[in-house]
Design a protein around this ligand. Structure first.
Ligand SMILES: [Zn+2]
Length: 477
């Protein structure tokens, strides 16, 4: 999944004009990255009929051709259609640094030929764009990673630690999530000190001009709850005050009035610190004031009026579906609602269930967790949710240096997203994970999962160069 538009809609309009002397991708690397990108787009990797194994094997061949030893590039997975490629770029011998892991999903969302202007599985260059399923999410970044590995290998570059590239299955759906499978079955292959994932965060642009670089450094947890009220019911000509619909409506009204406490973490603090410098006037002042301990309550109230800032500061829960009653002339025997929550890292669905039960304060309202498969339970699945560790200075230092070369002055904004990527799996495995890429997408041109998915040709090549410079900056000391 990929969400890149949040900050544009948050009111940052002033695009920064950058000089065009930024580093440019050389002709051979342009060709290589384009070839790899085309190859990936034209291998169907949808869950219905596609195969990530074919894409994984094709990328393996690219790396073997570039000189990687066969034992360092493997394709493995739970079945023949859901292969994952894991390549290890050996670092300096004797290095004590834990490996760097780069993850990228190979699978794509379904795309129907009849919905598209071009064939979604034919790589098409048209009007300054590359079209095809996966051009924004996220074969563009997979192609960049493979290109960077090939370039660095050919240069004879030796990183200061091992760099692992894992191109994986079933991020978008399906039963065989590759990151999860690798961690459970071959942890030694992917164990790392830092994880980079271009599927989250990203370079936000407005009319082709970079606005900021979002770096996803933590994720909210997704959880659904079912509220159920049952009642013996009866004839509606003889109503009683004790009514399933009234109980449910009352509980939902309490939820509407309730705000979870403001609880900033290192990432959301970093977010407001940067945003306070970008925004102006009252908004900037409020962002400063919310950073105080305790946060300024008037500032919290004003910021809470924005859905984005509100969700950044606290866990949120909202009613999304209701179903009640069975006949126009009968007292309802059953009233059910779905409440969807986005939980701050460091808290669990079980904790939130207890909090909701307290808010509703009505023993007639049963609150149960709903699993992804739709199964109801009273129990937390013991989902691990850790508050984010301090922002890694190596990761951000290298970022500042490369951003300074490519887009001087561009704000780097730490972000918390809502369970949008495989980073939630690596984070839960205790590996600090950061999401960003140099592939710029305009806020009004986000087509991931949609029809006529595309990326601008220049954005792609710029992103490929960014990928190369970044990896060198991080591991080339
Ligand atoms: Zn994605």
């Amino acid at each position: 999944m990929k969400i890149v538009a949040a900050f544009v809609s948050a009111g940052i309009c002033a695009a920064i004009a950058y000089a065009q002397q930024a580093p440019v991708l050389d002709a051979a690397s342009r060709q290589l990255s384009r070839d790899v990108f085309k190859e990936l787009i034209e291998i169907n990797t949808t869950d219905s009929v596609g195969s990530t194994t074919l894409a994984a094997e094709a990328m393996r061949k690219r790396l073997l051709d570039a000189g990687f030893p066969a034992e360092d590039v493997v394709v493995l997975g739970p079945n023949e259609r859901k292969g994952n490629m894991v390549a290890r770029y050996r670092g300096r011998s004797g290095s004590t640094k834990k490996p760097l892991l780069i993850i990228g999903h190979l699978d794509v969302v379904e795309a129907k030929r009849e919905d598209w202007t071009t064939d979604p599985f034919v790589f098409t260059e048209k009007d300054g764009y590359f079209y095809g399923r996966g051009t924004q999410d996220m074969k563009e970044s997979d192609a960049a990673s493979v290109t960077t590995f090939v370039r660095l290998k050919r240069e004879g570059f030796v990183p200061d630690r091992d760099i692992i590239l894992a191109l994986t299955a079933d991020e978008e759906g399906g039963k065989s999530n590759g990151v999860d499978w690798l961690l459970k079955n071959h942890r030694e292959l992917v164990d790392a000190g830092i994880v980079l994932n271009a599927d989250a965060g990203g370079l936000n642009m407005d009319k082709g001009k970079p606005v900021n670089l979002g770096v996803e450094a933590t994720e909210k947890l997704y959880a659904d709850y079912q509220l159920t009220v049952t009642n013996p019911g009866g004839h509606s000509s003889l109503p009683k005050k004790d009514n399933a619909i009234y109980h449910l409506a009352d509980a939902l009204a309490r939820l509407q009035a309730y705000d979870f406490p403001v609880d900033l973490n290192v990432v959301t603090r970093g977010y407001f610190e940067v945003m306070a410098k970008i925004e102006k006037g009252q908004l900037a002042a409020d962002m400063q004031a919310v950073l105080k301990t305790p946060p300024d309550s008037a500032a919290v109230a004003r910021l809470s009026e924005s859905a984005l800032y509100n969700s950044t500061m606290r866990t949120t829960c909202v009613a999304t579906m209701v179903e009640a009653g069975h006949a126009r002339n009968a007292l309802p025997q059953r009233a059910v609602a779905n409440v969807n929550c986005r939980i701050l890292p460091g808290h669990t669905p079980g904790e939130v269930r207890a909090e909701l039960t307290k808010v509703f304060a009505d023993p007639k309202v049963e609150v149960q967790l709903v699993s992804n498969a739709g199964v109801l339970s009273d129990q937390d699945e013991n989902e691990m949710s850790v508050p984010p560790p301090p922002l890694n200075e190596e990761v951000f230092g290298a970022l500042r240096s490369v951003v300074g070369q490519m887009w001087p002055g561009l704000p780097i904004v730490p972000e918390m997203e809502t369970g949008a990527s495989d980073s939630k799996i690596t984070m839960a495995a205790g590996m600090p994970s950061y999401g960003f890429s140099g592939m710029g997408v305009d806020g009004d041109d986000v087509r991931a999962h949609g029809r006529d998915e595309r990326i601008s040709v220049e954005s792609f090549y710029t992103g490929v160069e960014f990928d190369y410079l970044y990896l060198k900056a991080l591991t080339g000391k």
